[in-house]
Design a protein around this ligand. Structure first.
Ligand code: GLU
Length: 429
């Protein structure tokens, strides 16, 4: 079913498997009750501007041809060009891209950066492709969605299953067709071709900053805090190492195969991140191992789900023992689980604030590309810290003023900014 025709079910019962689009729409519906934004604008925001579906043929290394399906969902661009990642994963779908694109719209608005929201991807398991095949697939995908993207139109970035190398191929394919080098068409590139220093660690850095602030907000000392992190890729590993450096005890981390647990704290530097050694977490010596499900239910101060979506659901929300949840992944908590955690007084600091460091440094990268002027890593880190702190302060002020959850507060900040932009621009014609 095309994303545009998805019915906006008003039911509040959480289905067994809630899609990203269903979660995003339920969150929007809930947040809309707290804001004074024109209902017509809210209605518009339930729908993407467009979803492009393309066939992406790939010549495999053995000479056979396989055709994959790719998408680019563009949700809203009232505040600036569409922005968001490209995901290579077997579970990619048109609806998932729309839900994730909606979250990008809110994320950019919470951060007050001049972008709208988009997301795209290919239904493919990248682990089953050689590097050459990934390159050919990416170049062909870039060609198929060439009319939709551009530095002033829609700017892709890395997401699950894609990385700086993927962005380099995408940028090269696009630039070759345009006849000029256009680094600003994607962000998250290697620094040598216009990427920003500090972009790769940025989502993890913002998760760590937000966790640090949340720990302080709830009157805890980071040096007496235990943290469990699901996922040890770019988000999880960077967040873990920074929190460790700042004095927290990171007691459990995991990858797709399961996790390691040490109540006296792990040495996060010696646990290999996904980039250093894919699926290497379990190879580390530790007193205990846990499954990914068990990790979520550990009795820790802070839980950071930083792997995939929909891991905290109505089935395990009652068993979460952490005092604070900070969302590192996009959409790790279903809306039913959100309500349960809310009733249990467990604050959930949402993805659209916590992991927004990625798109924020993407914005810095885009500025550097347009100006053909590189920033130092130190400047990137300082500006990221100040942008994240200002978004944190805005959301915190809303939590205190409206007595809402952190998610609703972040949505209120975002929706007010989007609503004001829609009102100023008006509906055309
Ligand atoms: N994929 C990342 C996210 O979900 C980054 C998007 C971007 O930098 O455009 O926030």
């Amino acid at each position: 079913m095309p994303a545009n025709t998805v019915t906006d079910s008003e039911s509040d019962d959480e289905p067994e498997h809630e899609s990203a689009l269903e979660t995003a729409r339920r969150q929007l519906r809930e947040a809309a009750t707290h804001v004074d934004v024109d209902p017509g604008v809210i209605e518009r925001l339930k729908h993407p501007t467009r979803v492009v579906e393309v066939a992406v043929p790939l010549k495999r290394d053995d000479g056979s041809v396989e055709v994959f399906t790719g998408y680019r969902a563009q949700h809203d661009d009232v505040r600036g060009p569409y922005k968001g990642g490209l995901r290579y994963h077997p579970d990619v779908s048109s609806q998932e891209c729309v839900g994730l694109a909606m979250w990008m719209t809110w994320k950019c608005a919470v951060m007050d950066i001049p972008y709208g929201g988009a997301k795209g991807g290919i239904i493919v398991n990248p682990k089953e492709l050689s590097t050459d095949e990934k390159e050919r697939l990416t170049r062909r995908f870039a060609e198929e969605i060439r009319d939709e993207v551009g530095p002033n139109q829609d700017i892709p970035a890395p997401d699950m299953g894609t990385d700086a190398k993927t962005m380099a191929w995408f940028m090269d394919a696009y630039s070759m067709q345009e006849g000029e080098t256009i680094p600003g068409v994607v962000t998250g590139k290697p620094p040598v071709i216009g990427g920003s220093y500090g972009r790769e660690e940025a989502p993890g850095r913002s998760v760590a900053i937000i966790a640090r602030e949340a720990i302080d907000y709830y009157d805890n000392d980071i040096r007496d805090t235990t943290v469990a992190i699901q996922g040890y890729g770019s988000v999880g590993a960077n967040a873990a190492r920074l929190l460790d450096e700042w004095g927290a005890d990171v007691v459990a981390v995991s990858d797709v195969n399961g996790g390691i647990y040490d109540t006296s704290g792990l040495d996060t530097q010696s646990v290999p991140s996904h980039k250093e050694e894919p699926e290497g977490v379990m190879s580390q010596e530790a007193p205990n191992t846990v499954t990914n499900e068990e990790l979520l239910e550990l009795d820790v101060d802070v839980l950071i789900p930083a792997a995939i979506g929909n891991v905290i659901t109505i089935d395990n929300a009652d068993d979460i023992k952490a005092d604070i949840v900070v969302e590192g992944a996009n959409g790790p908590t279903t809306s039913g689980a959100d309500s349960i955690l809310d009733e249990r007084d467990i604050p959930v600091v949402p993805d659209i604030l916590a992991n927004a460091g990625g798109v924020t440094v993407s914005y810095f990268e885009w500025l550097q590309d347009i100006n053909r002027r590189k920033w130092s890593k130190e400047r990137v880190q300082n500006e990221l810290e100040s942008e994240i702190m200002s978004a944190w302060d805005n959301v915190k002020a809303e939590v205190e003023a409206s007595d809402t959850s952190w998610r609703d507060a972040a949505y209120i900040v975002a929706l007010n900014r989007i609503g004001a932009a829609k009102e100023a621009r008006g509906l055309w014609p």
